[in-house]
Design a binder for this molecule. Structure first.
Ligand SMILES: Cc1cc2nc3c(=O)[nH]c(=O)nc-3n(C[C@H](O)[C@H](O)[C@H](O)COP(=O)(O)OP(=O)(O)OC[C@H]3O[C@@H](n4cnc5c(N)ncnc54)[C@H](O)[C@@H]3O)c2cc1C
Length: 450
């Protein structure tokens, strides 16, 4: 705990995978942190209405897992104790890509955990609840933000409380982790400020997800499978990962109007026409648990708050409210956890200053933009390869795609390059490391092969 408190009260809107880590980051710098969540919150790792995406595969990348471990020491042990399945990165998930069925398997020295999204969230919620100065108020729906008399800052938040009555809570800082950013945009509009610019990539993705009991004769040479096609033909087609409780989660991905069916027979028929039969063969005879869930994801959206000249004091959009990533790459929760570490770092750096909150949002947006750059680019380049994807294509898209493909080949041949590439994909290193001149020369040599 620091001796210099930044403010009396911080309010976080949303108890999801961005709001909860943010609350932890704030707890050392505010007397009182209140998390407002519109849903009733289950007492165990159960689904809830406010996060419908949680019924679908949610991979936690190493970068996100490390960030959560920084915020909540021993977090990985919590996951393991709750039944999450350890995965040796590079070894335990069979990657099927054109030309590599499977991609060479290697133990890259990283362990991640596979589990249902409600379990991750529950593990984080339990840790957050242990902080005496954090209060999570369930069934409280934030309505709008109240401006200070001069209109330059947020001074309070209005919400409907669990009794259905309107309540107003004074706040020195409101972190919006509602997944949408509507409160922040509404506030900017109410004080006559312009919205941030936005980059949209229309990926038009439909997920269908089923959960299966792992059979006794399940394959022993892999714990999960990811089957992809070339980026121009849609990229990832199917993902199968283990879950706690000896289950598999299978997500089938359709693009641009192609919707994997949500009945068992149709679902299996869709799995059967993936580029390889591995997922179909593993799931066709297994017991199917519960309904097949569907989710439509029209577009990735990145808000450039960092480009605004000024931003109201006491307001901070966070997580998906800043950037919604194409879920296929499994990045959103990890980036949100890394943003929470960034917020804590900034608060720590400013702890001795007379006005810690002045310019906090701008400093946060600038560094968050750097953090977001790698995952955004990793997703945007292959997404834009699909002819039906909507969005502005960089002039050198073809070169970038050729570089990625050659890098993929080199990673298959060279374990050190494989490790480096995976560290970037898992958000442990920025993608600038792939621009190392020696590496670029080697990748170009591979690209030049007949
Ligand atoms: C289909 C799908 C699959 C995904 N797969 C992955 C994956 O594999 N790996 C990964 O890292 N990420 C994945 N993501 C992204 C991930 O779900 C989000 O990035 C992550 O949950 C962080 O989002 P968030 O907390 O900002 O928003 P959300 O998770 O949407 O949480 C927002 C919270 O705010 C609450 N709320 C909203 N409005 C209000 C209000 N007015 N008042 C009070 N509370 C409010 C909601 O009830 C909810 O609890 C996936 C997303 C989708 C759509």
């Amino acid at each position: 705990m620091t001796s210099t408190l930044t403010g009396k009260r911080a309010v976080v809107v949303g108890a999801g995978m961005a709001g909860l880590p943010a609350a932890r980051a704030l707890a050392d710098y505010f007397e009182d942190v209140v998390v407002l969540e519109r849903d009733p919150l289950p007492l165990d790792a159960a689904h809830r209405a406010g996060t419908p995406q949680a019924r679908h595969t949610h991979a936690l990348l190493s970068g996100g897992q490390h960030a959560l471990g920084d915020l909540f020491p021993g977090f990985e042990e919590d996951l393991a104790a709750a039944g999450a399945v350890p995965i040796k990165v590079g070894l335990d998930v069979r990657l099927e890509r054109p030309g590599y069925d499977p991609f060479p398997k290697r133990d890259l020295g990283l362990i991640t955990y596979a589990m249902f999204r409600p379990l991750i969230e529950f593990a984080v919620r339990r840790r957050v609840a242990q902080h005496a100065n954090i209060t999570i108020r369930a069934c409280c729906r934030a309505r709008d933000l109240v401006a200070s008399p001069d209109g330059a800052a947020v001074s309070a938040i209005r919400f409907e409380n669990s009794d259905g009555r309107e309540e107003t809570l004074a706040a020195d800082l409101v972190v919006e982790a509602s997944g949408r950013g509507n409160l922040s945009f509404g506030f900017l509009e109410s004080i006559g400020r312009s919205r941030s610019e936005e980059t949209i990539i229309g990926v038009d993705i439909t997920y269908a997800t089923g959960v299966f009991a792992v059979p006794d004769d399940a394959p022993t040479d892999w714990k999960g499978v990811m089957t992809s096609d070339s980026p121009a033909r849609g990229g990832v087609g199917g993902i199968m990962l283990p879950l706690e409780g000896n289950r598999w989660i299978v997500t089938l991905v359709g693009r641009h109007g192609e919707k994997p069916p949500d009945d068992r027979d149709g679902f299996l028929a869709y799995a059967r026409q993936l580029r390889t039969p591995t997922i179909y063969n593993a799931s066709k005879e297994t017991e199917h648990l519960g309904k097949i869930a569907r989710f439509g994801f029209p577009a990735s959206a990145r808000r450039h708050f960092d480009r605004l000249e000024e931003f109201p004091r006491g307001l901070l959009p966070f997580g998906d409210s800043i950037c919604r990533f194409n879920p296929v790459y499994g990045q959103g929760m990890s980036v949100a956890a890394q943003e929470a570490c960034l917020l804590r770092k900034l608060l720590q750096e400013r702890a001795g200053e007379s006005d810690t909150l002045a310019g906090l949002a701008s400093a946060f947006f600038a560094e968050a933009a750097t953090l977001i750059e790698t995952p955004w680019a990793l997703a945007a380049v292959p997404d834009l390869a699909h002819p039906k994807t909507e969005g502005e294509r960089p002039e050198d898209l073809e070169q970038r795609l050729a570089f990625s493909e050659a890098l993929n080949h080199l990673a298959a041949e060279d374990p050190a390059v494989h490790k480096l590439f995976v560290e970037v994909l898992h958000l442990l290193k920025p993608r600038s490391v792939l621009r190392d001149p020696d590496l670029v020369e080697r990748v170009n040599a591979v690209a030049a092969r007949p």
